[in-house]
Design a protein around this ligand. Structure first.
Ligand code: SAH
Length: 265
């Protein structure tokens, strides 16, 4: 395949062309030769060609078959590189674990970024860290704290699992074609020791969604469908508060209380 790959919208293709930004991303990742490094959506290898020099045994996972072929040709001399052809959303990332924790990186298609993050969190215990280019608005939401407009379900659910560090703001001009939105690179590091232990993570997700569904309403109103006639004492959570005021740990405490009360009844 020639260098003139026509960017495909349906695969969310916005290729990085800004060498300065690419350099900053590679430095932030700081790949080591012994890393279990996996790049999702390498595209035309803008980042890959730098990563591979530092970590020749890396792997890539690409959905677009034309690009898979291109990568095979481009890196024909890199015998240690593994190229996987497939959809990241349907890939079991546990298969990449070989005793070394995964280091995931990618300039992700923005239309799949949130589902992909939740997909990856299923194997968070196998992951060392993740560096992803996302829409800046999504990075803002992931990193937001209580009392801010950006704070919501995504902030709570990601911060429950990971430490979040927004790293590099990236303008549209850094890509071809230029996306309509601002972007940013974020680092997510799954907690090795969980700061809060939730007894029922499925319920946590339900509670958080329910609480943020109408973020202006009190928790009492939001939670009614989930808690029925359950009394939640003020020591657990004051239900006259609103979701956007609660810290992650408070959502966990609330969920554990509801979970334990259900088991007793
Ligand atoms: N990393 C490159 C390409 C970014 S564009 C760069 O920075 O220039 C996003 C890339 O993800 C494209 O190569 C696209 O084909 C690929 N992609 C899109 N959906 C994917 C999926 N579900 N699984 C794996 N790769 C995907």
């Amino acid at each position: 395949m020639s260098i003139k790959h026509q960017a495909r919208k349906r695969f969310g293709q916005n290729f990085l062309v800004d060498q300065q930004i690419i350099g900053q991303i590679v430095s932030a990742i700081n790949p080591q030769p012994e890393d279990n490094l996996i790049e999702i959506g390498p595209g035309m290898a803008a980042i890959t060609e730098h990563l591979i020099k530092l970590c020749p045994g890396m792997s890539v996972l690409e959905l677009d078959r034309d690009l898979v072929e291109f990568l095979g040709e481009k890196f024909v001399d890199y015998e240690q590189l593994t190229i996987h052809s497939g959809d990241a959303l349907k890939t079991d990332f546990g298969q990449f674990y070989d005793g070394r924790e995964l280091r995931l990186v990618g300039n992700l298609p923005y239309n799949i970024s949130t589902p992909l993050l939740f997909h990856l969190l299923k194997v968070r215990h196998l992951i060392k860290d993740m560096h992803f280019m996302l829409q800046r608005e999504v990075v803002d939401r992931i990193g937001a704290g209580p009392g801010t407009k950006a704070y919501g379900r995504l902030s709570v659910m990601i911060q429950y699992h990971c430490r979040v560090s927004p790293l590099i703001p990236v303008p549209p001009e850094s890509f071809r074609p230029a996306p309509k939105v601002q972007s940013a690179v974020v680092r997510l590091k799954p907690h090795k020791t969980m700061p809060w232990v939730c007894d029922n993570e499925v319920l946590l997700s339900k509670v958080v969604s329910q609480c943020f569904q109408q973020r202006r309403k009190t928790l009492r109103n939001c939670l009614r469908p989930l808690t029925d006639s359950l009394e939640i004492p003020a020591e657990v959570i004051d239900l006259s508060r609103r979701a956007e005021q609660l810290e992650v740990g408070e959502f966990v405490r609330l969920t554990n209380f509801i979970n334990n009360s259900r088991q007793l009844s």
